[in-house]
Design a protein around this ligand. Structure first.
Ligand code: DQA
Length: 188
């Protein structure tokens, strides 16, 4: 009552809030900045491409399109950077090099892998084992073409069972969809 009537009271409490109010205000600010930090925290994922995918743009354009992989990666890096998603890229024509890169991704603490193993998809138990070995890092199997509409030997994947999910048949957009899936995947 006294303070309500006192013209200095409003001034005093506005400029010198009670210490407990300051404490709770700081706590609230810290909490909200943590939330902001979490959503903007960078996520590191890697696209690993297998044999012949370095020929994208030139290789069977009727099946794989005209866009080069450099262009695809550039486009993806640009559009995901604003969401704090960092995209590494690796391509090799050699099975062992793909396995080494998967293991390296694990050692680096990578958050997710997008794997287009090319023809090794249909033949490689070693890649299957490597994907299992780097668990719990989620690996999304990707194919540019819809392998199920193609030759019978492409209908079998030896890596699908080890992967978190499979995206195929959306052209080079399959890579974007896979990263989107990784970004929305709840952590282990
Ligand atoms: C591919 C499909 C595979 O069957 C093929 O061997 C490739 C590319 C795709 O992206 O559609 O090299 O993985």
């Amino acid at each position: 009552m006294f303070f309500a009537k006192n013209k200095w009271a409003g001034y005093f409490f506005r400029d010198f809030p009670h210490p407990s109010a300051v404490f709770f205000q700081k706590l609230r600010r810290r909490k909200s900045s943590n939330i902001q930090f979490q959503t903007l925290e960078s996520m590191k994922c890697i696209i690993i491409n297998g044999p012949n995918l370095n020929m994208l743009g030139q290789r069977e354009p009727g099946v794989y399109g005209h866009e080069s992989m450099e262009h695809v990666v550039c486009r993806l890096r640009e559009s995901f950077a604003t969401r704090g998603i960092e995209i590494e890229f690796f391509q090799s024509n050699h099975e062992g090099a793909l396995i080494d890169r998967l293991q390296q991704a694990w050692a680096e603490g990578c958050d997710g892998v997008v794997l287009n193993a090319g023809a090794y998809t249909h033949t490689s138990i070693a890649l299957h084992d490597a994907i299992r070995a780097i668990a719990p890092i989620p690996v999304v199997e990707v194919h540019i073409s819809n392998v199920h509409q193609r030759e019978a030997f492409r209908h079998t994947s030896l890596i699908s069972a080890a992967c978190r999910g499979v995206i195929c048949g959306f052209g080079t957009d399959s890579y974007r969809l896979a990263i989107e899936a990784l970004a929305q995947m709840p952590g282990e």
